[in-house]
Design a protein around this ligand. Structure first.
Ligand SMILES: C[S@@+](CC[C@H](N)C(=O)[O-])C[C@H]1O[C@@H](n2cnc3c(N)ncnc32)[C@H](O)[C@@H]1O
Ligand SMILES: [Zn+2]
Length: 400
């Protein structure tokens, strides 16, 4: 397991993909993500609220898909690629490709003892579950947490949509702190059971002791932040602290490192701070970092020493990585590709194949085997620093 290459209490402004690519592997204990939902809405905070100026896009078109991601998945993650093909519309496909490539990074960042919680709503929840199953494995699935709430809505021609879903996955060696909740007021299990005789019949009655608690269920009734709530920042899609505190308590311990790659106003980071965990947040909106600072100042006062970064970090755990065109990489890739060029699919002797970066170094691609493939000299020359899409179009024109 590597040490993080960032300090506790770091908030990054920028796209989380290149930033995560620069973070050390196996350096995070808990990931909570609350990504855009593909809701076809553009969110903006009301003018005058603390979050005014925050806005993020939640509409997707195919042009958003970087063809290189899809190619990377086709080459290296066929199961994940099949999920993308199952998408119903170009917009869904675009959204899923965007999420898939980020989930692959999150898996690399999680320790073998780590856990991940993905927050979504019914729009894309089922598709995201398929992505999670492909990336983390079905065995890692733990719970479908239903966050149930009440809020004002207009008239609808369907049942009121009053829940979000949080998919919870845990790596093989992850710990779990079972949380407790009170028995409901109506529950028969209110307190200890007593056997009494009534009219010659045996009957059960209960002591009425409400201090007894039971293991927490996967349905969480937590009220939605109303417009008067004290913790409300005005940030669109802000989640309640009570929800995040449960997640942090259940799947981490004091001192552990939490990552929220879609931090928003950083509710997860605040919960981590309150519970003595370390944290790092990323958000593409500049407003997010500003709000985090304001929330942390209010929480911690002078003790808040957080860092705000906008750079792409450089991994410090790559010391032992072989040069990209090393003999061992070539041997591995030759076996994986069964001796064929990844461009024209022609079989070659190993000495006639060259190691290529699927995503070019200049675009943030690394020297990991994951990002490497073998191409014949001719395909490699055509592709250059471009994506596989370009090579494939060129090959089609040549009649391949
Ligand atoms: C649903 S909100 C998160 C709300 C957060 N959980 C809270 O309680 O405030 C999603 C966030 O993801 C951010 N976002 C969208 N695309 C991003 C990207 N590529 N990288 C980093 N952040 C992104 C948006 O700016 C937005 O703040
Ligand atoms: Zn070729």
């Amino acid at each position: 397991m590597a040490e993080p290459n960032w300090k506790n209490q770091t908030m990054w402004t920028g796209d989380n993909l290149p930033i995560m690519r620069g973070m050390n592997s196996e350096s995070v204990d808990l990931i909570y993500l609350d990504p855009p939902f593909n809701s076809k809405a553009n969110y903006a905070a009301p003018i005058g609220s603390k979050a005014a100026g925050a806005a993020f896009k939640d509409t997707w078109t195919l042009s958003d898909v970087d063809a290189e991601w899809v190619n990377l998945m086709e080459a290296k993650h066929p199961a994940l690629h099949r999920v993308l093909l199952a998408a119903m519309t170009p917009s869904d496909k675009s959204y899923l490709a965007y999420m898939a490539v980020r989930l692959l990074e999150m898996r690399r960042l999680l320790k073998p003892t780590g856990s991940i919680y993905l927050h979504c709503d019914p729009t894309m929840g089922a598709y995201l579950k398929l992505l999670l199953d492909s990336v983390f494995g079905r065995k890692a699935f733990r719970n479908e947490i239903v966050w149930s709430y009440q809020r004002w809505t207009g008239a609808t021609r369907h049942f009121q949509r009053m829940h979000d879903t949080v998919w919870f996955y845990a790596m093989e060696r992850a710990g779990f702190n079972m949380l407790k909740e009170a028995y409901s007021a109506k529950s028969k299990h209110k307190g200890a059971r007593r056997t009494v005789f009534v009219g010659g019949q045996i009957e059960q009655s209960y002591t009425g002791d409400t201090s007894r608690q039971k293991a927490m269920r996967d349905v969480w009734e937590i009220s939605y932040l109303n417009s008067q709530a004290k913790e409300r920042t005005g940030y669109p899609t802000q989640k309640p602290l009570a929800l995040l505190r449960r997640i942090v308590e259940a799947s981490s311990n004091p001192g552990d490192m939490l990552l929220d790659p879609f931090a928003g106003c950083a509710t997860a980071c605040i919960a981590a701070e309150q519970l003595d965990r370390q944290w790092v947040g990323i958000d593409i909106s500049e407003k997010a970092a500003e709000l985090v600072k304001r929330r942390m100042d209010a929480e911690l006062g002078l003790f808040y020493k957080g860092a705000h970064r906008t750079d792409i970090p450089k991994r410090t755990d790559l010391g032992k990585l072989a040069p990209y065109n090393s003999a061992s990489n070539k041997r591995n890739l030759y076996g994986q590709q069964e001796g064929q060029c990844a461009g024209c699919d022609t079989h070659f002797e190993a000495r006639n194949l060259e190691v290529d970066h699927i995503i070019a170094r200049v675009k943030g691609g690394t020297d990991h085997l994951e990002n490497l493939q073998l191409l014949c000299g001719s395909c490699n020359r055509i592709k250059g620093d471009r994506g596989m899409e370009y090579l494939q179009v060129k090959l089609q024109l040549k009649g391949f």
